[in-house]
Write a protein that binds this ligand. Structure first.
Ligand code: HPA
Length: 265
């Protein structure tokens, strides 16, 4: 699977060998502005590559340098709720590894389960709970067959990110992210259940990528931009336009942190 996609990407990238991939969530496409002279490769040009169906996801690769790192950004991701088999997400992460990627930075928009973590907050994902009811490794059947998830979100990367946030005086939370399939937002009853589960943020992505990366031996850092308080926690009803609006406001801050993260040794 995706061999043809890999061959096309390899040819397009030429002697540019990426070491870091950044997967950009809803409304976070502008994080790539830190890349000088970016090289754009639309997903639509890549054989067998899917195209995102959700607003706020551009659907293109953007390659170039940030600091010393050769970065390959995915402006637009795929979700289980789009009808994408999560096995496809595994194949995409495998392709990134074949292209040279050693570390993955994954961003998403998420709802907050904590009153003190309002819209606009940045949360570093410390761990996750897979409540999606599926798994990207089903049918992969390759070693390691039963990957270890004891440090799915690399501690060194997290510590470095927190240090930079400190230096930049940007408040960053750390917490547990739970993936539900979506695409509907939660009911108030579901939100009360999540609060009992001691979860800080809820979303509809990221977990398949992180499980795939764990199997493939890639280091991962995950960052949620909080776009709203989860359903029932305030008078607002979550909706995609507000999600994009709130996430848009945090983009500059997040961009700065990721850029400094990649510039710093
Ligand atoms: N729930 C699930 N996913 C989300 C939310 C939410 O409240 N906000 C942004 N993505």
């Amino acid at each position: 699977m995706l061999e043809k996609s890999y061959e096309y990407m390899k040819q397009e990238l030429g002697d540019f060998v990426p070491d870091t991939a950044i997967i950009l969530g809803s409304g976070l496409g502008d994080v790539v502005e830190a890349i000088e002279n970016p090289r754009i490769i639309p997903y639509a040009n890549v054989p067998f590559f899917p195209t995102p169906t959700v607003g706020g996801h551009k659907g293109q690769f953007c390659a170039g340098k940030i600091g010393k790192h050769n970065v390959l950004c995915l402006q637009g991701r795929f979700h289980f709720y789009e009808g994408i088999d999560v096995r496809m997400i595994y194949e995409i992460i495998r392709m990134l590894k074949l292209l040279g990627i050693k570390q993955l930075i994954i961003t998403n928009a998420a709802g907050s389960l904590r009153m003190h973590m309002p819209a606009g907050s940045i949360m570093l994902i410390a761990d996750h709970i897979n409540m999606s009811g599926t798994n990207p490794l089903i049918g992969v059947c390759e070693e390691p067959y039963f990957p270890d998830m004891s440090q799915a979100y690399d501690l060194e990367m997290r510590n470095k990110f927190m240090q930079i946030a400190d230096e930049e005086r940007v408040p960053v939370f750390q917490g547990v992210y739970m993936m539900l399939t979506g695409p509907n937002y939660e009911t108030p009853a579901e939100v009360r259940m999540l609060q009992m589960f001691n979860v800080e943020a809820v979303g509809m992505s990221t977990v398949p990528e992180v499980i795939s990366a764990a199997q493939l031996g890639l280091k991962v850092m995950g960052i949620s931009v909080i776009s709203n308080l989860a359903t029932g926690m305030d008078m607002n009803k979550p909706n995609h336009n507000d999600v994009l609006l709130q996430v848009g406001k945090a983009t500059k801050r997040l961009s700065r942190l990721i850029t400094r993260f990649l510039e710093k040794e």
